[in-house]
Unconditional design. Sequence first.
Length: 117
Amino acid sequence: QVQLVESGGGLVQAGGSLRLSCAASGRTLSAYDMGWFRRAPGKEREFVAFISRSGGSTNYKDSVRGRFTISRDNAKNTMYLQMNSLKPEDTAVYYCSVKIFGTYAYWGQGTQVTVSS
């Protein structure tokens, strides 16, 4: 079992920044690829960013590439999402997840990000 807890969400004006954290317990995260997802009101959950177990490989949703940066600190069993130049369309609940055997298998409870125009 893996327990994931997201934090760092909040209300910010357009153009502002937030840093989300995903703290894990139960397993050592260094063995797993991980990702960030989000669900906006009335929409399906969507992929935001991916990071490999070593942190050496990352990938992003096109609309956030260049504004968001995913990173991880395996020594702290924590993953991060630095979000800059936030837009109202980034408003969503953000979730972190661990990829096990090719599937995103464990999820946190989410943290709300609200960007005002």
